[in-house]
Design a protein around this ligand. Structure first.
Ligand SMILES: Nc1ncnc2c1ncn2[C@@H]1O[C@H](COP(=O)(O)OP(=O)(O)O)[C@@H](O)[C@H]1O
Ligand SMILES: [Mg+2]
Length: 1065
């Protein structure tokens, strides 16, 4: 028998789905058809184009700078931190879609002036799309890949938005146009399929049945290479038909993403167009596959920051993209003549399916999309590097052609033979009855096949058209509904998936929720959606929403519990994160622009309700600080993820809760600078009250793993195997993304300023230990005691007026941690403990006080002796400008104490920690540039010191003389002990001043961290303002008082000195 697939490329299907053919062919890796001899050895390099998009809102808000420039097809990217550092790349095409454009009446983005530099969708299509079309018409396989970070414009280029149609629809348009134009010479058949690869699972986006658990299978056959088994391929004969199929696919993608709680930026979307051209005159068939691939966001390819995590990023999440990178690298190596043993096509689904596109039988184009903003520098550079590697890949494309009628001819010839035999049998007088029967059967079978081959296309097309008409009727119906009723519109993080789902609210009461059984219900799925979640009522052209008890409903950022009337363009969040825009009756709509209500808008509004603002309201005032802006966007990005994580934790019975916190990095900065803030996630176990702090990167990683676990759970739940105690809930601990071993938690920090040590003045302090959000975690009593090398405290006589006297000399002091009072951590749960950690000057390792447990006011009584053997200028500067940051660590049941690692720490035999060993030569730590710089500074210092020394010596001399004179004058009544020297008085005055200054500094810190509580309403804010002004008043009073005391003291000293010199002279 002859294999049918050989002929048609589309197997005959006798399956249930009659309207379309369940094709099994995707991309023939090794072409079974005859290749044109002239093409056999031609090599085609992968062509690469780069496109730069306009700034988005975030980038504009941040006042971003454009760091990308283009001259013809070369592109330059500049490191925003180093203006000198530039990298230039050359590609086949470079598209400037960043500036010099305007929107015309029809909404099209076009160059500002004709022939301007702006590259619009048309010009991109003319270069890339026409080429692909040309190749396909010639019978080559063709592939177009879009690569870039999420939000860089992949989907814009591939699919497009609204009237700005992308490459795929334009290509289809032109394809069908070309087919019409060439009708006389050939008959063409186009088959369309659309699939998504998510987590290494293949989802058929056009499938009308329910989703296959675990996805469709990717199989391999020697002749065809890899293909997706059972993928729906729809025959098409017009561009609108294809567009409708794409719309349908996008809708499936959107619902799948919300149902499965999956993130579209992590999935790859593939559109496959199979084009078959039958040239009847030449009796030749050409067949080509066009693969159009919108890849997952490239940012996750570098396992972002998860290196610190116990659990590696879910391998499946980016396996396809990483493998694609590996394949491209290997092929690029091959191209430059390196020996490559193995190209890892088989390591992922995507690379299996793209095997022929990469290094095989395909003409391939990659469009790499970039954001031009400085804040995206790293990602953009990595995209350019990737594209550069792809450029080197060489394919070997061949025309896939075969003699058309061979199969039919062969079948016909066989039939003639059979008929001859039959007639012979008849003549022989029906002796061989069985044989006759068999021959007839064979004949019928063959005839059926011939007919099938001839009618296959027509028939399928007819059926597909029927299907299409049905769909079209649905769409027309939807359009009509939009003009009649209010509805809600889905808003997705991925703009491409926004506005795809419309749920109409007709007159009467409508339940919304998981329920799909009742007639009057609107069925939605998603995290945290209840069976009956809320009720819409549409009565007398007014729409209200009433949440069902226990379900989460947020309107315009605020949680609602009662019946609320909806206004046109209200924002709804149902459950954890199902976001919808409410569209009122047509009469209410006006010409307003809905596009500003994007996903960011919803999340910003939610954050604002939590008290997190961007401060935009101070209309048009100065630009927001970029680092604050970054924190804000981090916050609104993580906020929905935290809500989802909480919901998953609840559904999977994990007993942990997640909460976002903004950590003030100033808390651990030894200079107390209010530099940056960072988002952290506090994880609390509900039962045991254990606490973990996760970094943003760790949380993002874990969230992916949680989704994986959750999806598995969903699949199991929906499957037949409904077992008690689901297996996902019982993941082994070392694989459980919700679990971590207990570890000490940083509760807060306090700053102990070191300035007094530079004067050898002892300091005793009650320090407020503040948590990252400004909460008071405890009061810590600490001291800094200047001492002798044997640890004896120094007295007032040792106080220095000029700290530079310390230079080159030994300095000893002790840090004493006396007691912690009012520990919030222990008050919350008694089975906890604390430790204090600190790190001084250049100590490489932190030191920790011994752990104390179960006590709210524990005595620490911890004393550490430090010594600088030769005080350097550097150390002195450090003492005068810095604080030692005392970290309060919380210990919890089951975790081990923090131990001071003494590795690399220098100590004397008496247990004194040495913070500085020798003179200037010992500072030779870092690099020679820095070294020579500091040597020069030291030399300068030395010169200065020499002159200071000389003048001091002179002064000393004169003092000594005066003293002698005084002694000789018999003024011995007031001895040294009775009448202190002016220096000592001065030192004492200084001491008082520095004490005051320390407390003033504390006040500044307090002010800096003082912020209104999250739940503050107007009254709360008023109270906050009052408190803030009181603190400010206190602060200024204290400052004034310190300065005036100092002034008075100095004046008194000067007066006394004058008096004395009056007596003495
Ligand atoms: N060349 C462009 N011109 C205008 N807007 C663009 C362009 N490229 C991207 N955008 C806009 O940027 C946003 C993100 O683009 P999108 O294509 O969805 O990113 P990706 O698919 O890479 O995640 C969309 O709102 C899109 O309209
Ligand atoms: Mg996209």
């Amino acid at each position: 028998m002859v294999k049918l697939e050989y002929f048609s490329g589309v197997s005959l299907c006798a399956g249930a789905d009659h309207s379309v053919c369940q094709s099994t062919v995707l991309i023939p890796a090794c072409c079974t058809m005859r290749a044109k001899a002239s093409d056999m050895h031609s090599k085609d390099c992968v062509r690469v184009a780069v496109r730069v998009r306009p700034f988005n809102k975030r980038e504009r808000d941040a006042g971003s700078r454009c760091i990308v420039s283009m001259v013809s097809s070369s592109i330059t990217i500049q490191d925003p931190r180093e203006s000198q550092s530039r990298r230039i790349f050359c590609f086949d095409y470079a598209y400037w879609s960043h500036s010099s454009f305007t929107q015309d009446r029809g909404g099209l983005y076009v160059p500002e002036e004709p022939g301007g530099r702006y590259a619009d969708q048309n010009s991109v299509f003319q270069d890339l799309g026409e080429g692909i079309l040309e190749n396909a018409l010639q019978g080559y396989n063709a592939t177009l890949l879009a690569y870039g970070q999420t939000g860089s414009g992949k989907s814009y280029s591939m699919v497009g938005y609204g009237p700005n149609k992308g490459l795929v629809p334009k290509l289809c348009d032109r394809l069908f146009q070309a087919i019409r134009e060439n009708q006389d010479t050939r008959q063409c058949q186009v088959f369309f399929s659309m699939l998504e690869i998510y987590n290494e699972q293949v989802v058929d986006l056009l499938s009308r049945g329910s989703r296959t658990p675990g996805g469709l299978r990717v199989r391999e056959e020697q002749q065809r290479g890899f293909y997706v088994e059972g993928l729906r391929t729809v025959p098409c004969d017009s561009a609108p038909q294809v567009e409708q199929l794409m719309e349908q696919g996008t809708r499936t993608r959107t619902t799948a993403a919300t149902n499965m709680n999956a993130n579209s930026s992590r999935s790859h979307m593939l559109i496959i167009l199979q084009l078959k051209q039958i040239f009847s005159k030449e009796s030749i068939t050409k067949q080509s596959n066009i693969n159009l691939v919108d890849l997952a966001g490239s940012e996750r390819q570098r396992s972002s920051g998860s290196e610190a995590d116990r659990l590696k990023e879910g391998t499946a999440i980016n396996l396809s993209l990483t493998t694609l990178g590996n394949v491209i690298s290997s092929l690029a190596d091959v191209a430059v003549g390196k020996k490559v043993v193995h190209i890892p096509y088989r390591d992922s689904v995507l690379t299996k399916l793209l095997q022929s596109a990469l290094g095989g039988n395909s003409r391939t184009v990659m469009i790499a999309t970039l954001s031009p903003a400085d804040i995206c520098y790293e990602e953009s550079l990595s995209t350019l590097r990737y594209a550069e590697r792809a450029k080197r890949i060489q394919n070997r494309a061949v025309v896939n052609e075969s003699p058309t009628e061979r199969l039919v001819k062969e079948l016909k010839a066989e039939n003639t033979r059979l008929l001859q035999r039959l007639s012979r049998l008849g003549q022989e007088g029906r002796r061989a009855n069985d044989e006759t029967k068999e021959l007839r059967q064979l004949l019928t079978h063959n005839e059926l096949q011939i007919r099938a081959i001839q009618t296959l296309w027509e028939q399928h097309l007819q059926e597909a058209l029927k299907d299409w008409e049905q769909q079209y009727a649905n769409i027309t119906q939807e359009r009509r509904m939009m003009q009649m009723h209010p509805y809600i519109l889905n808003i997705n993080e991925d703009a491409q998936l926004s506005g795809v789902v419309k749920l109409f609210i007709q007159e009467g009461d409508w339940d919304i929720g998981l329920c799909d059984s009742s007639l009057r219900s609107i069925s939605i799925k998603g995290l945290g959606i209840q069976e009956r979640h809320a009720v819409f009522r549409n009565e007398q052209r007014r729409v209200t929403l009433t949440p069902v008890a226990g379900s989460k409903v947020i309107i315009n950022g605020n949680a609602v519990f009662q019946t609320t009337e909806l206004q046109h363009l209200d924002r709804l969040i149902l459950g954890s994160n199902c976001t919808y825009l409410f569209i009122g009756y047509p009469s209410e709509r006006g010409g307003d622009d809905w596009s500003r209500y994007d996903y960011d808008y919803f999340q910003s509004e939610l954050a604002a309700a939590e008290g997190i603002h961007l401060g935009e309201s101070s209309a048009g005032s100065s630009q927001t600080d970029p680092s604050l802006l970054a924190v804000f966007y981090d916050y609104i990005k993580l906020m929905p993820m935290v809500a989802e994580a909480n919901q998953m934790s609840q559904e999977l019975n994990k007993g942990v809760q997640f909460k976002l916190e903004i950590k003030n990095l100033a808390l651990s900065d030894s200079k107390g600078h209010d530099l940056q803030k960072e988002i952290v996630v506090r994880v609390t176990s509900l039962g045991k009250k254990q606490v973990w702090m996760w970094s943003k990167a760790k949380f993002v990683n874990r969230k992916f793993l949680m989704e994986e676990a959750y999806q598995l759970h969903q699949v199991e739940k929906s499957g037949d195997n409904r077992v008690e105690g689901l297996s996902t809930a019982a993941l082994p601990r070392d694989k459980d993304p919700f679990w971590d071993p207990v570890e000490p938690v940083l509760l807060g920090t306090a700053h102990l300023w070191l300035q007094s040590l530079a004067f050898r003045i002892p300091l005793e302090e009650q320090l407020e230990v503040l948590g990252s959000e400004g909460t008071e975690e405890a009061i810590l009593q600490a001291q800094l005691v200047p001492c002798t090398s044997t640890g004896l405290p120094m007295g007032e006589d040792d106080i220095l007026i000029d700290p530079s006297e310390l230079l080159g000399r030994r300095l000893d002091f002790q840090l004493v941690l006396e007691q912690c009072c009012g520990l919030r951590w222990i008050r919350e749960a008694r089975n906890r403990g604390v430790q204090i950690g600190f790190r001084l000057f250049n100590c490489s390792q932190p030191l920790y006080s011994p752990a104390v447990w179960h006590n709210v006011n524990p005595l620490l009584d911890h004393r550490v002796h430090f010594a600088a053997l030769h005080t350097s200028k550097c150390l002195l500067d450090y003492l005068q400008s810095s604080a030692v940051v005392l970290e309060l660590w919380g210990l919890q049941e089951g975790c081990t104490d923090l131990i001071s690692s003494l590795e690399g720490v220098r100590m004397t035999t008496e247990g004194i920690f040495i913070i500085e060993e020798a003179g200037p030569t010992d500072t030779a730590l870092v690099d020679s540039g820095e070294l020579s710089c500091s040597v020069r500074a030291l030399q300068q210092d030395m010169e200065e010191l020499k002159s200071v020394n000389a003048s001091l010596r002179k002064e000393n001399q004169s003092l000594r003389e005066q003293l002698n004179a005084a002694k000789n004058g018999g003024e011995s009544v007031r001895g040294r002990s009775v009448r202190p020297s002016c220096d000592a008085e001065f030192a004492r005055a200084l001491k008082v001043f520095y004490h005051c200054m320390t407390s003033v500094k504390g006040q500044v810190q307090r002010l800096r961290r003082h912020r209104p509580s999250e739940e503050s309403d107007l009254l709360g804010l008023r109270l906050f303002v009052d408190e803030q002004s009181r603190l400010l008043r206190d602060f200024s009073e204290q400052l004034e008082q310190s300065v005036s005391t100092l002034k008075q003291d100095v004046a008194a000293i000067v007066r006394r000195k004058r008096e004395r010199s009056g007596i003495w002279s």
